[in-house]
Design a protein around this ligand. Structure first.
Ligand SMILES: *[C@@H]1O[C@H](CO)[C@@H](O)[C@H](O)[C@H]1NC(C)=O
Length: 183
């Protein structure tokens, strides 16, 4: 019986993995906890990373998952700005919204996708720079909205979205810092 060991080893291997699995899942949860505690917005960090399945297994995948959450939110916000432009009756508000779309568009289409790619090559400094810039663009958008007096009821969701984008960028930058510090 030459291959008897080949027949018996797969079940014992899978049994071994079965026992190991909860420990792997546990340690990845703890990693998310540790990393989120180092960010300025723990709850937002957890809310962004916990629902991900499979759970990102290491700091590098957590960092790129977080950058993807930023991208998703900014893409969503750009779509929202475009829908506000279509329904706007006020020329000043419309101008401010058009300026917002203009700064959000390249960030969503080019900059953040490039940053995510760069992270794959280990260029974390570049990724942090891009996320910092994205944050500045959402700040500028908010200022235009405020000074156009467009901070009425209908644009409050944009104010909330700009703030969310800004905070998500903070979280993503902080995760990359953890990564660079070897955590
Ligand atoms: C934006 O970020 C929040 C918090 O992480 C998340 O719950 C939500 O699904 C994101 N939205 C999009 C469109 O990515």
């Amino acid at each position: 019986m030459k291959n008897s060991s080949a027949v018996t080893s797969p079940p014992s291997l899978s049994l071994f993995l079965l026992f190991l699995l909860p420990f792997l899942a546990q340690s990845s949860d703890d990693l998310i906890d540790t990393i989120c505690k180092a960010t300025p917005f723990f709850d937002l960090c957890e809310a962004s990373l916990r629902p991900l399945s499979p759970s990102p297994p290491d700091t590098k995948s957590i960092a790129s998952a977080m950058a993807n959450v930023v991208l998703g939110n900014m893409t969503d916000t750009l779509g929202y700005i475009q829908s506000l432009i279509r329904h706007s009756q006020d020329p000043a508000a419309e101008r401010a919204l058009a300026q917002c779309a203009e700064v959000y568009r390249p960030v969503v289409r080019f900059n953040i996708p490039q940053a995510i790619e760069a992270m794959g090559r280990g260029e974390f400094g570049f990724a942090m720079y891009v996320l910092g810039d994205a944050q500045k663009q959402s700040d500028s958008c908010q200022k235009w909205i405020n000074s156009a007096g467009a901070d009425d009821e209908s644009s409050v969701p944009l104010t909330a979205r700009n703030k969310l984008v800004k905070n998500l960028c903070d979280v993503a930058i902080s995760v990359i810092k953890s990564l660079m510090n070897g955590r």
